[in-house]
Ligand binder design. Structure first.
Ligand SMILES: Cc1cc2nc3c(=O)[nH]c(=O)nc-3n(C[C@H](O)[C@H](O)[C@H](O)COP(=O)(O)OP(=O)(O)OC[C@H]3O[C@@H](n4cnc5c(N)ncnc54)[C@H](O)[C@@H]3O)c2cc1C
Length: 404
């Protein structure tokens, strides 16, 4: 490691950017974080943090505070959507923490964002700083903002999410893959859900052409849901979110269990979210500009792993950068990519394979096999949830069962 401190600029103060900044600071490296938003207030509903993510957040001292604003689900239950029959149920609270060494928590996104932001503080956080351009110069990278401001760095991290401008600069521009499915999200006070059994559980209601996922957040008095439906066949909008006709969100669930229709109906109808995945990249960097999180590997939400994989990225990149000086950046970025590329690809694939399995018709011959896989789920997904990104050496990421 050379004498001069490494100059790190992180583009994006989302889950990945702030986690990386905090982990670097613990290792003696101060980053400057550039965020386009005028304040840290993540829109959207909630996020489920699994042990592979909370293990890293514990390292930055955030898990106790996080637990105070999160809910640990009682069970993971899969049900038949039409009649509510319990296909499988596995304990979560207690059991999961013992098995994987860290908790599974449902949290409102605003709470997560604020906790990360407060932990980082204002000194090295630059709000209202929208990056528009990057230029590779001799021995440095220059980052330019929409208002003409410029900053130089030894390494620039693109943690700027699914519509990353840094990714466009690294790849020259690429298209996202549309899954042929879309989703509607909502938050509902649990008191309004009179038909809902097991409100403390994380539950999937599955059926032909659709599924509903929900889990409690905060103190357990609010349920966060994501209703996933087949179609539209083609996504024509340039943005990933479009207005929906009244009732479009409920129509695919006609005739389903009242707990399902009551929940979807109880939230104000929101937009339709197209569900997209970013194609995997062989190279995650161009020179000293490197990608992290959704910018590198945005994935479908069916394993609830987007934020968790982003947090894992942050742990590995922080470890590699903290070990290097300005002249060692290329090696550090290569090692980071090598440790993260295969694993994130496997999680992307598993997430892609999940919704067809949850949308099988009730008379499908594949149903029995699907249900016996659901019965083995906690052990089948141990490779995903049990991973320790803080371990110095890369761990084996061989997937025996990359599926949902
Ligand atoms: C419906 C749905 C449900 C999900 N549920 C889960 C879940 O349960 N569990 C889970 O782990 N994940 C979930 N995810 C995925 C998760 O939200 C993302 O994977 C995660 O937020 C990615 O973090 P990030 O830091 O890469 O990007 P983000 O958190 O999106 O942060 C990017 C930041 O960069 C900023 N930015 C963007 N462009 C610029 C620019 N040009 N200049 C400066 N700043 C910029 C943005 O304002 C933002 O603050 C879900 C996603 C969806 C769509």
């Amino acid at each position: 490691m050379s004498g001069r401190p490494l100059r790190v600029v992180i583009v994006g103060a989302g889950v990945g950017g702030l986690t990386l900044a905090l982990l670097l600071r613990r290792r003696g490296v101060t980053a400057e974080v550039l965020e386009q938003a005028p304040e840290l207030r993540e829109v959207g509903a909630a996020v489920a943090l699994a042990a592979n993510g909370t293990r890293v957040l514990r390292e930055v001292g955030l898990v106790d505070a996080l637990e105070r604003v999160s809910f640990e689900p009682t069970e993971l239950i899969h049900r038949r959507g039409v009649d509510g029959h319990r296909i499988t149920a596995h304990p979560v609270a207690g059991w999961y923490r013992d098995r994987f060494g860290a908790p599974f928590l449902g949290v409102h996104r605003v709470h997560l964002q604020l906790l990360l932001g407060e932990a980082w503080g204002p000194e090295h956080l630059h709000l209202g700083w929208r990056v528009t351009d990057i230029e590779q110069r001799d021995g440095a990278v220059r980052v330019r903002g929409a208002d003409g401001r410029e900053v130089d760095a030894d390494v620039v991290v693109g943690a700027d999410g699914v519509h990353s401008v840094v990714r466009s600069w690294v790849t020259g521009g690429d298209s996202a893959a549309y899954s042929g499915t879309s989703g509607f999200r909502g938050l509902v006070p649990v008191g309004q859900l009179t038909a809902l059994p097991d409100p403390g559980a994380i539950q999937f209601w599955v059926g032909p052409g659709a599924h509903l996922l929900h889990y409690p957040i905060g103190d357990g008095s609010v349920i966060n849901f994501l209703a996933v439906v087949e179609g539209p066949a083609r996504w024509t909008s340039p943005v990933w979110m479009t207005d929906a006709e009244p009732g479009e969100h409920l129509a695919p669930f006609a005739g389903w269990h009242p707990a399902v229709t009551q929940m979807i109906d109880a939230a104000p109808q929101g937009p339709r979210w197209g569900l997209f995945s970013r194609p995997p990249l062989h190279r995650w960097n161009r020179g000293a500009v490197i990608l992290l999180g959704d910018a590198a590997h945005a994935m479908l939400p069916h394993h609830g792993q987007g934020a968790n994989q982003t947090i894992e990225d942050a742990a590995v990149l922080a470890a590699e950068l903290a070990e290097c000086g300005a002249e060692d950046v290329p090696g550090a970025l290569d090692r980071y990519t090598a440790r993260r590329r295969g694993r994130t690809r496997q999680v992307q694939l598993a997430s892609w394979a999940t919704s067809p399995a949850l949308h099988l018709p009730d008379d499908s011959p594949a149903l029995r096999q699907r249900d016996s896989r659901l019965a083995r789920l906690p052990e089948d997904l141990a490779w995903m949830h049990g991973h320790d990104a803080l371990a110095t050496e890369g761990q084996p990421t061989a997937v025996t069962t990359a599926r949902g």
